[in-house]
Design a protein around this ligand. Structure first.
Ligand code: PMP
Length: 306
């Protein structure tokens, strides 16, 4: 059995089995929460965990809260301190993620507008997909949520109902991941990641108004492609059939990192193996997150104390 984790809950470090929340809270009753997942990578020397783009994750957490009119009880530096406390308390020395949730801790209605509490858990996690195997994807029969109803820009637990339906349908049909189209019928994103395609050496990704989460990994990749690899990046509408004829496709996200898509709707992408641009970007990504690239030092902060 894995050892009991120490969580950060409402200002205190508590062991996993002792942590509890109010069952009548609107978070439990209606799924009202916003969250972030931050990856912390072991540095090259293997003696320090580095939180990747923590400040950007905290900023997005507050943006999600603002859109849903939730009021965080803690400011950005308190969230950063809590993350350091959580990571330090668990003493991990391997790649982990920290899941940060803002939630309503008291009894209330779905229109609750008081302060939101915070929960953090640190969990060991390496690579979720082998890049050599990649992903077999399909177009979902479900449409991506839309800014006119439930905004995909918000990282809320409830948004994952849409992701869940698409992903479970894909798994039950024998695929590894779904790809969702937006209300306009253009490619949006996968259930937990954004998408890039390569056509004639150009990196193409749906724009931030295409019903996607404003992904931090997507932004990192755009930076790598433009600044380090000198590639042209185009943020534009992507048609479903472009997925069938492009040279490379990959998915990206904090948890997923960068994973090639080998087929879409059973049509082979490119040569059916991880593409060269995908792999160059991926290699640079791992150098950056492990603190090996000085130019990106501002994106990696020590994740623990001492
Ligand atoms: N889209 C969706 C729907 C997601 O859940 C995620 C994971 N957070 C992403 C994209 C990737 O975002 P990020 O790179 O910020 O993790």
């Amino acid at each position: 059995m894995s050892r009991e984790r120490v969580l950060w809950l409402a200002g205190h470090l508590v062991s996993e089995n002792a942590a509890s929340v109010h069952v009548l809270s609107p978070t439990f009753q209606y799924g009202i929460n916003v969250f972030e997942r931050v990856r912390c990578y072991l540095n090259d020397s293997g003696n320090q965990l580095l939180a990747f783009r923590l400040r950007d994750h905290v900023e997005r957490l507050f943006q999600s809260a603002k859109i849903l009119r939730l009021r965080p009880k803690y400011n950005a530096s308190q969230v950063e301190d809590a993350l350091a406390d959580t990571v330090t308390a668990n003493g991990y020395m391997e790649d982990i993620y920290v899941h940060i949730t803002l939630f309503i801790s008291e009894r209330g209605s779905w229109t609750y507008r008081g302060d939101c509490e915070m929960l953090m858990v640190a969990v060991p996690m390496g690579r979720v997909h082998d890049p050599k195997v990649g992903i077999a994807a399909c177009i979902s029969s479900w449409e991506r949520i839309d800014d006119r109803s439930i905004s995909p820009r918000v990282k809320a637990g409830a948004n994952y109902l849409n992701s869940r339906m698409a992903q479970i349908e894909a798994l039950e049909n024998g695929f590894d991941s779904a790809l969702l189209l937006n209300r306009e019928g253009k490619v949006a994103e996968a259930p937990g990641s954004c998408i890039f395609i390569v056509r004639q050496g150009v990196l193409i990704t749906p724009s931030v108004t295409a019903s996607i989460l404003e992904s931090i990994t997507r932004d990192t990749i755009i930076n790598i492609a433009r600044n380090d690899l000198g590639l042209t990046v185009s943020e534009r509408d992507v048609d479903r059939t472009e997925l069938y004829i492009c040279d490379e496709i990959f998915l990206c996200g904090t948890t997923m990192e960068i994973v090639p898509v080998m087929s879409v709707d059973k049509l082979v992408v490119g040569h059916g193996e991880a593409g060269p641009l995908t792999m160059s970007i991926r290699e640079r990504y791992f150098d950056i997150v492990r603190g090996k690239v000085d130019a990106y030092a501002g994106w990696v902060l020590p994740a623990s104390r001492g």
